[in-house]
Design a protein around this ligand. Structure first.
Ligand SMILES: Cc1ncc(COP(=O)(O)O)c(C=O)c1O
Length: 411
C-alpha cells in the first residue's frame, strides 16, 4: 500500500530542488519535520490545555517570539491553518471594532481579503498601486478623506511580486484619519530580520510594530510544513471578542486555553512543537543563520534581475523588494510577450527549471517601446526562497538562456 503512496507522490514538481524556482513552495526544515513526527504519536490538540499541555505552552512561547520580532511588548496571538485563516481572524476583530466600516487593501493584495470581507459582510474596496506594485498613498488618502474606513490592510510582500506597501506613510495618515492598520506579512514578515533590504522597505517592516494586527506565516518562510499560519494582535484586550464557554473542554486549569482566543476549535499541537523546535535552533535574530538564509534568497533575486536587465531579450518589473521577481520577453507587443512567456515556461520545465507564471497589469512591467495592445501581461515569475538559490543563479540563468532561445526569442 505504501508503495502505492510512493508511486502516487511521484506526480509532483521537485519542490526541494534549487531548480524549482516557481511558486512559494519549499520542504520544511529537518528539525521541523522531526519535531512534528515526535509529536504525532501523541497527536496533541491545542484547543485546550487538557488536549495538549506541553504543545500549548510551546505554542505560546513560539508566538511570543514572533511578537518580539515585530517589536511588541504586549500581544495576543496564536497559530492557525495558514494565512487565510489568520487574515480572517484579524479582519473579524477589525469588524467587531468597526462594524459596517470599509476594509481597504491594494489591488495587489492577496485575493483573500476581498473574499474574507464578503464572508464577514464588511464593505471592501481596492486601492490602486504604483509601478512598483505598492499601495498608492495619495489614492489611499483620497479614499480615507471620503470617510467610513475601518481598516487599511498593508501587504508586506505581495504574493505576485513581493512588493512592500509603504507602511511608514500609511501610519503617518493616522494623524489625520481614524482607521486601524492590519499588516498582511504572511509572506514577507520574516524579512524584518534581513540585512539587505532597500532602506524604505526596511522602514516599512519596522513599522509593523505600529499596526494593530499582523499575520506572519511560518509555513511560508518559517521552514514549517503547511498548516502553520500566525495571527497577532498588539492589544491583548481584543481577546474579549473571542470569549465563549466550553464546559466540556476547559476544566483542568484556570490558565488560558488557546481555544479561548482562536476561532478554530481543534488545532494541531504538532505544528506548534515543530515551530518551537525550529525557532530554538534558528532564533529569530538579525544576523543569525535564519536571517542569512532570507538575505541569500533576496541576493539571488537581485542577481537574476540584473542579468535579465543586461541581457536585452527581456523586460522586467522594478528591482525586487524581497526574493520574488517577474519578467517577460522583450518583443513587439504585449500580447506576443504573453504568448512567449508561456513558451519559455514550458521550455524551461523541459530542461528541469521550474518557473511560475503571473498575469499582471502592464504598468507593473517596464515594457518600453512594446505596443501595449493588452492591459495585462503574462510574465514569468520566480520565487527564490531557498538559501541555495544564491549558489544556483548561474545554472538557473544558463537554463533560462537556453529555454528563451528555444522559444525563438532573440536580441
Ligand atoms: C500576502 C499573502 N497573504 C495571504 C496569503 C494566504 O495564505 P495561505 O495560502 O496560507 O492561506 C498568501 C499566500 O500566498 C499571501 O502571499
Amino acid at each position: 500500500m505504501l508503495k502505492e503512496v510512493a508511486e502516487r507522490l511521484k506526480d509532483n514538481y521537485p519542490y526541494g530542488d534549487p531548480l524549482y524556482a516557481g511558486q512559494m513552495l519549499k520542504p520544511p526544515h529537518d528539525v521541523a519535520r522531526r519535531a512534528y513526527e515526535m509529536a504525532l504519536p501523541i497527536n496533541p490538540n491545542n484547543h485546550a490545555l487538557d488536549g495538549g499541555r506541553a504543545s500549548s505552552a510551546m505554542e505560546k512561547e513560539a508566538v511570543a517570539d514572533l511578537a518580539r520580532m515585530i517589536g511588541w511588548d504586549t500581544h495576543l496571538g496564536h497559530l492557525c491553518g495558514g494565512g487565510t485563516m489568520a487574515n480572517l481572524e484579524a479582519l473579524w476583530i477589525a469588524g467587531q471594532l468597526h462594524p459596517g466600516k470599509t476594509i481597504l487593501a491594494s489591488t495587489q493584495a492577496h485575493y483573500t481579503h476581498q473574499r474574507i470581507a464578503g464572508v464577514l459582510r464588511l464593505p471592501f474596496e481596492a486601492i490602486p498601486c504604483d509601478r512598483r506594485g505598492r499601495m498608492d498613498v495619495d489614492a489611499l488618502e483620497r479614499r480615507l478623506g471620503a470617510g467610513d474606513v475601518g481598516t487599511v490592510v498593508a501587504t508586506l510582500g505581495t504574493t505576485a511580486t513581493g512588493a512592500v506597501d509603504p507602511l511608514a506613510a500609511i501610519v503617518d495618515l493616522r494623524r489625520r484619519y481614524d482607521f486601524r492598520i492590519h499588516a498582511d506579512a504572511a509572506y514577507g514578515g520574516y524579512f524584518l530580520l534581513s540585512d539587505n533590504l532597500e532602506a524604505d522597505t526596511n522602514t516599512a517592516f519596522e513599522c509593523i510594530r505600529e499596526a494593530a494586527s499582523a499575520v506572519i506565516d511560518p509555513h511560508k518562510h518559517g521552514l514549517q510544513p503547511y498548516g502553520c499560519g500566525c495571527v497577532l494582535f498588539r492589544d491583548p484586550s481584543v481577546g474579549r471578542f473571542y470569549r465563549h464557554d466550553s464546559p466540556y473542554t476547559y476544566f483542568t486549569s484556570d490558565e488560558m486555553h488557546l481555544g479561548e482566543i482562536a476561532l478554530e476549535c481543534s488545532r494541531p499541537g504538532a505544528a506548534a512543537v515543530a515551530l518551537w523546535a525550529t525557532q530554538r535552533l534558528f532564533p529569530l535574530e538579525r544576523g543569525g543563520e535564519f536571517a542569512k538564509g532570507l538575505a541569500a534568497g533576496r541576493a539571488a533575486a537581485l542577481d537574476l534581475h540584473a542579468r535579465l536587465r543586461r541581457d536585452g531579450r527581456f523586460v522586467t518589473g522594478t528591482s525586487p523588494e524581497l526574493d520574488i521577481l517577474v519578467w517577460a520577453p522583450h518583443v513587439k507587443s504585449v500580447s506576443e510577450a504573453s504568448n512567449l512567456s508561456r513558451r519559455i515556461f514550458a521550455e524551461a520545465a523541459q530542461r528541469q527549471l521550474h518557473l511560475a507564471i503571473a498575469t499582471l497589469p502592464v504598468h507593473l512591467i517596464d515594457v518600453g517601446d512594446m505596443t501595449r495592445d493588452c492591459d495585462t501581461i503574462v510574465c514569468l515569475r520566480s520565487v527564490l526562497m531557498k538559501p541555495e538559490h544564491r549558489e544556483w543563479t548561474d545554472r538557473i540563468w544558463a537554463i533560462l538562456d537556453a529555454a528563451t532561445t528555444a522559444a525563438g526569442v532573440t536580441r
